[in-house]
Structure formats: C-alpha cells, structure tokens
Design a protein around this ligand. Structure first.
Ligand code: SF4
Length: 470
C-alpha cells in the first residue's frame, strides 16, 4: 500500500509503480494505481503481479498528477477477481475517492448487512468496500473527508491501515491497535509518502520520517505540510502483528521503529539460547529463515552456511492444490547445497510451520544431500489459533501444532530434533519497539474482541501464511 502527495504535477504514476515493486511481497494476487490530476482521478487495477498488470501503455494512459495511491493485494481465500483489486475507486456526491486497505475488519459482516438494509449496493466481496462506504456515508454528515474518516473509524473493529486519496488530500489512517504497519516518508523536494513498509521509501530515495501512530489520521495536501488527528489514539489495546517481523515484512524494512532484519536475528539468538544443539553448520530456509539462521549462528558459534538455492522463477500460478504436486513444487523451488550440508550435522532455521508440508520436504532434501543430522529450529511459536486480522493462518484443523505435540511433529517431519521460539521470546525480538505485539495466533489471546464465527472469504483481504507452504 502506497500513497504520494507532491507539491506540483509530477510523474507520480511511475513512482507508485516502483514502490509497488518494492511492496510486491505483501500481495501477489492483484494490484492497482490511482492518480489524481487537478481533482480528476484515473485508476487502473487488475489481477496479477505488478509487471503483469502494468506496461508502458497503461502507465502512459494514467498520465501524471500531484497525488497517487497504489496497492498490491493478497486475497487469502476465494476467487481472484479484478473487481476486488485495489485501489477501490468510488464516485460520490462529495467528490471521488480512491481507497487502499491492508488488514481485515472483524465486524465487516454486520456493517455490510446494516448498509445493505439501508439500500447500499456492494460491487466487490471485500471488507475494504465496507470501509469505503462507512467513510462516504459519514462524509454526508461531516465538514471534511478527514472528519469522515475519523467518524468511520468509530464504527470499524479489527485491523486496518488505510491510504485514501480525495481530489485535494492524501490521508493515512491506522486502527487503534496498529495491527498493520504504515509509515511516513519524505522526498528531498518536500513530497510526502505513506507506505506499508519503509523499503518502498528506500526504493524512491525518500527519507523515513516516522510511523503513523495506532489510531492516528495523518493528512497531506499539495503545498501544505502534514496534519495529524489523534482522536482514536490510545482507545484500544496495542497489538502490531508479530508475524510482520517473523515473515511478512521485508528484512530491509523498519516497522514501528524496529529493523525487521535485527528482529529476525534476535529470534535466532533466542532460539540458540533456549534450544541449543551440537551441530556443524546453521542454515536458513529461504528467504525469511535466513536472518534468524544468522542470529542462531552468531549466538551459538556454529558456522553459518548457505544450505539452499532458491529458484526465483516459480510463480504462484504454478502451484497446484494436490498434495503430491505441492511437494513437487517445493522441490522445484528449493535445492539443497550438498557442498554445505553433506556429512554435516545441520541446524535448519525456518520462520514458521503451518501445515508442516514444506518443512517435511525440506528435511528430506537435506538428508538426500548428505546431512547426517537435521535439527529444526522455528523462529516463531507454534501456530494454534486463527487470525482475524488479515493473515490467513489456516483453519485450526489444518494447523499441525493444533493436532500434534512438538515430539509428534518432529517425527512427522523426519527431523532429529525440533524446537520453537517461545511466546516470551517472540515478544522481545524487537527491543527498540516498546509497544505490545499481537500474538493471538500463538496464544488464542487477541488484543481486541474477535467475531463468534470465522471470517468468510468474501470479507477477507490480507496476507496468507499458507503461501510459504504452497
Ligand atoms: S493473530 Fe497472529 S497473524 Fe493475526 S495479527 Fe495477531 S499475530 Fe498477526
């Protein structure tokens, strides 16, 4: 998710396009850009990766402007559809609006039904459209778009980071728990940027200023500085998603002031302290296990090695639902380096285990490459509960840690030993960040009330924890 507000007409479309490349890891199903030229908003979005959806012709047709927003979407379940892609564009009597959303609203179903009973017609299956209508309905009663956003936030429960573009303003908002990250940056010419992760700022040569605070609404408009509304700040228990540090965010990003790379190394250090093992080499499962492997190596003194080569040309379109084919796709994606592991006792660090499919194949690959022992250390606690806030942690029945003990899982995946990061340790992996994490999928204790029933696909927008196992 990305937004830019310049002081003059600029090539904001290409800047947004570059930023979406940097944020591609946050969503691969669809993407889009909306550009604002003197109050007229043009937009384009479709199913596919950024380079699939945008070519020179499409970017040229979007033209130039003084503001733009962009989005990469991960629809965790359900069908891919162009109409569910973002930015969501609405024409309204108070002016057009383009909205980007990251997260998942837990009361989307109730809000949607209430709106439908009052005659609202929905055109997508997303909870993002519920947010958009909550804002446009509030706009009829409020003096400004930012006041409408503040009023709508009073109705929304759950996870939402938003970037909204109106004819004259670019607005960023974050739910009061701060589940999903959202940062602010600035270009040397004074242009302001909002982005899900700071790696998008680096791509454009922008300076990281700060994060949008949980509950805060930040307004930028061409020619003006930033304004902040803090009405909702401090109204809810804080809970940045711990899984952002474990898996979702890029290691070169800074989230809420903490380096993801350092946090992952800390996870590895804690694993080495709490679950030491005698071994010859430490390797990481690409990509998000690599930093934790480095941390484990530094703490334990066991040499770090490159254990796998990843084929970077396998797209999600290759993935087949059948179990055998899924295992084959892991073998196509990863190959063990015999030069590193042959004849060695190996410590393998993975970022998490969801269903156990991938790790079983990975352990097997290491044994075939000659590893004499394989000790698995997981840089997250066991997944036991669902996520209601934008990450598809799978149904409880599919979570291997929900059905088996650690010892049983160790036998299933064929490792010599298995240990997870503790709940206490995961809370400490980003020490420069003083706020509490959400660790709900590990503990079943969430920062805010959850719905009685699991959210269904038509309301879901977010990151899939299963992606890594497909
Ligand atoms: S339940 Fe888990 S995946 Fe969901 S927001 Fe909380 S920590 Fe993140």
């Amino acid at each position: 998710m990305f937004g830019i507000c310049c002081n003059r007409e600029s090539d904001v479309v290409h800047m947004t396009y570059q930023a979406l490349y940097a944020l591609q890891h946050r969503g691969q199903e669809s993407c889009g850009i909306a550009v604002n030229n003197d109050g007229v908003i043009k937009h384009y979005s479709d199913v596919g990766l950024v380079p699939d959806v945008f070519n020179a012709r499409v970017l040229g047709e979007l033209g130039t402007g003084d503001m733009a927003v962009g989005h990469t979407r991960s629809a965790v379940k359900g069908e891919l559809s162009r109409q569910d892609s973002q930015p969501l564009y609405l024409r309204h009597v108070k002016g057009p609006m383009a909205l980007c959303h990251n997260g998942s609203i837990v009361n989307a179903r109730a809000l949607r039904e209430a709106m439908e009973l009052k005659g609202t017609v929905f055109h997508t299956s997303t909870d993002s459209e519920v947010i958009a209508y909550a804002i446009t309905h509030a706009r009829l009663r409020t003096p400004s778009i930012e006041a409408a956003v503040v009023e709508a936030m009073g109705q929304l429960e759950g996870a939402y980071s938003l970037v909204i573009m109106s004819p004259r303003k670019l607005i960023a908002a974050r739910d009061p728990s701060g589940f999903r990250p959202l940062c602010i940056g600035q270009l040397s010419d004074g242009s302001f940027i909002f982005a899900s992760e700071s790696c998008a700022l680096d791509t454009l040569g922008a300076r990281y200023l700060r994060d949008v605070e949980p509950g805060e609404v930040v307004i930028a408009s061409p020619g003006d500085g930033l304004r902040s509304i803090t009405t909702h700040c401090g109204t809810q228990k804080l809970g940045l998603c711990a899984f952002e540090f474990v898996y979702i965010a890029r290691p070169d990003s800074v989230v809420d002031g903490a380096s993801v790379h350092i946090a992952r190394q800390n996870a590895g250090r804690f694993l080495a302290q709490d679950s030491p093992v005698e071994a010859d080499v430490v390797i990481g499962a690409p990509d998000s296990g690599l930093d934790a492997a480095l941390g484990f190596s530094k703490e334990s003194g066991i040499p770090y090695g490159v254990g796998f080569i990843k084929n970077r040309y396998i797209g999600r379109t290759f993935i087949q639902p059948d179990q055998n084919q899924r295992e084959a796709s892991v073998r196509l994606k990863l190959n063990a380096l015999a030069a590193t592991v042959s004849g060695k006792r190996v410590v393998l660090i993975d970022d998490s285990i969801v269903r156990g499919t991938t790790i079983s194949v990975v352990v097997d690959l290491l044994r075939q490459a000659g590893a004499t022992e394989v000790h698995v250390r997981v840089a997250a606690p066991p997944f036991r509960y669902p996520c209601y806030f934008g990450v598809d942690v799978d149904s409880r029945e599919s979570l291997i840690a929900n059905s088996y003990t650690t010892e049983e899982i160790n036998n299933i995946i064929g490792a010599d030993s298995l240990a997870y990061l503790s709940i206490e340790a995961v809370k400490k992996i980003a020490p420069t960040r003083s706020r509490a994490f959400c660790v709900g999928c590990f503990t079943g204790q969430y920062p805010v009330p959850t719905p009685q029933v699991l959210p269904k696909s038509r309301f879901e927008t977010g990151i899939s924890a299963q992606q890594k196992e497909e």
